[in-house]
Design a protein around this ligand. Structure first.
Ligand code: ZN
Length: 277
């Protein structure tokens, strides 16, 4: 659904395209016209598919992920995106096992002739990542629930761990899964089935992590004595203003737009300026 659909112009342009480009007209029967249209649609879908497969393949070939060969191509492609985008996020540790992660860099509109960017509401999100332990296993739970939906850690979890290891990826994304799952007399198949059952019993627990990854989550505390633990502890690139902005968005339950946030903070700065003079 687009805003364009409020007018008939897309329909008219499609009509014109079909008449001129596909030569669908009164001289052809309905079945011939439909055939011409579907052939055109097939060709377009095919081109899009080939383009995305090329992109996917390039990303997989150039992958520097340590265990990339173990996972399906689509999984590696998605992991790359989530892992790389973590660098655009800011992070603050707010309690012993909790972090806030956010990215307020909203992309600009291209060729914005009519200044739509100004009036288009773009909401900001701050996500909370919590470390929880169930038995001996630790999990990172993020508000965005990407892991529960897709079995792949989100950029917020990657921001906290700053690294990736194989146990963080759901077993369904492993190359061995479609080949061995359910095959008779195979030990690997039994292991895969046990893993699936384990995953299902921890379905909503979040991303499973190893003890070394867990250690890495607390890297910003290194060199600090326990008596110095005054939260929040901000990542190196996070200013106190960044953190105040994130906290403001959290206080409104992520219902603030970029414009409202900027207005709120310009008012606060003005008030501080007036009281100090
Ligand atoms: Zn997340």
């Amino acid at each position: 659904m687009t805003f364009d659909a409020m007018t008939t112009s897309p329909v008219e342009s499609m009509n014109s395209h079909m008449k001129k480009f596909y030569k669908v007209n009164g001289k052809n029967s309905i079945s011939r016209s439909v055939q011409i249209m579907t052939e055109g649609a097939d060709e377009r879908v095919d081109n899009i598919l080939k383009k995305s497969q090329r992109e996917l393949q390039m990303s997989v070939i150039g992958s520097k992920l340590p265990d990339a060969h173990l996972f399906s191509r689509k999984c590696v492609f998605m992991l790359h995106y989530q892992f790389d985008i973590r660098k655009k996020h800011k992070c603050a540790m707010i309690a012993d096992h909790s972090w806030l992660v956010w990215n307020f860099e909203v992309p600009s509109f291209e060729r914005d002739k009519y200044g739509l960017e100004e009036s288009f509401p773009r909401f900001l999100n701050v996500f909370q990542v919590n470390l929880v332990a169930i038995g001996n296993q630790s999990f990172l739970q993020c508000d965005c629930r990407l892991y529960t939906r897709c079995g792949i850690p989100c950029c917020h979890v990657f921001k906290v761990t700053d690294t990736l290891s194989r146990e963080m990826i759901a077993i369904q994304h492993w190359k061995a899964f479609p080949v061995y799952y359910g095959s008779d007399n195979s030990n690997l198949s039994k292991s895969l089935m046990r893993k699936v059952i384990w995953q299902e019993s921890n379905e909503c627990s979040g991303t499973p992590i190893s003890s070394s990854i867990k250690k890495n989550c607390y890297r910003m505390l290194s060199g600090k004595l326990s008596s110095e633990m005054i939260y929040p502890i901000l990542c190196d690139d996070v200013t106190s203003l960044d953190y105040r902005k994130a906290n403001y968005v959290v206080s409104t339950k992520n219902t603030v737009t970029m414009k409202q946030l900027n207005e709120h903070f310009s008012l606060v700065t003005q008030e501080v300026g007036e009281t100090s003079t």
